[in-house]
Design a protein around this ligand. Structure first.
Ligand code: ATP
Length: 238
């Protein structure tokens, strides 16, 4: 299990994250909901060692990785699918994927590349093409693939459906489900609560840098305040 315990992160005097605890569990999708500015991205970046945390712990399978370098955290089985995908537009698809495997032993890279191509055939077909020429949905597949190249046990996904056409949103979130079904623990920030709830097992809601609710999808659906906040009034009528 990846445990985030009592995390605190500040930007100067702005306390962006104030005691957040959540977890990623093998085989499960944990959905993180919260308004813009709630501290979701900050939490994921701090877990990866991309932002300094002022308090709290990041424990991966019992090992304390708090404040460890990002490469070490990746090598211990945690990878990030960043907000906005962040593919290297000028590099080829294959080069992008190999960037994701930079901590992976060389002999595993070819096998992992094959696994990613099996999962996303479009990436194989266009492996020598520039990543910037892919559609938004395809770039999201590439971002998933790149994160899979480090053979993670846990994947942190930051708004994977952001900016995608409605028809693609469903596919992207189903991919998150497929990844979890392979035994990976997925912790996914997602604004599209409706589609996210369809693929998730657990839900955490965050507001102003603090966790408000944490429980199963069934428990979340029983909380009218959560439905009202994230799905709107119409969801209550169902
Ligand atoms: P979003 O959905 O908009 O990405 P979020 O829940 O991921 O929101 P964060 O991006 O983590 O929220 O931001 C949490 C708080 O920290 C907000 O008040 C935001 O304005 C502030 N913040 C984020 N990045 C910085 C930064 N680089 N410098 C200063 N303040 C920041």
């Amino acid at each position: 299990m990846l445990e985030i315990r009592d995390l605190h992160v500040s930007y100067g005097s702005i306390r962006a994250v104030q005691g957040v605890s959540m977890a990623a569990v093998p085989g499960r999708v944990s959905l993180v909901l919260g308004a813009n500015g709630a501290g979701k991205t900050t939490t994921l970046k701090a877990v990866m060692g991309l932002l300094p945390l002022s308090e709290g712990h990041v424990i991966v399978d019992g090992e304390d990785l708090t404040r460890k370098p990002t490469a070490r955290i990746v090598a211990r089985g945690v990878s990030l699918v960043p907000e906005g995908r962040r593919v290297f537009a000028e590099l080829t698809i294959e080069e992008n994927l190999l960037m994701g495997g930079y901590t992976t032993p060389k002999k595993s890279r070819t096998r992992l590349l094959g696994e990613v191509f099996d999962m996303f055939p479009v990436l194989q077909e266009r492996r020598s093409g520039a990543a910037g020429l892919l559609s938004g949905g395809e770039q999201q597949m590439l971002a998933f693939g790149r994160a899979l190249m480090s053979e993670p046990k846990y994947m942190l996904m930051d708004e994977p459906s952001m900016g995608l056409a409605p028809a693609i949103v469903e596919r992207v979130l189903l991919t998150a489900r497929t990844i979890a079904d392979r035994g990976i623990g997925v912790l996914m920030v997602e604004q599209n609560a409706d589609a996210g709830l369809r693929v998730a097992d657990d839900v955490v809601t965050v507001s102003a840098g603090e966790v408000v609710f944490s429980g199963s999808v069934e428990e979340a659906k029983a909380e009218k305040a959560i439905l009202r906040a994230f799905l709107g009034e119409t969801a209550l009528a169902e």
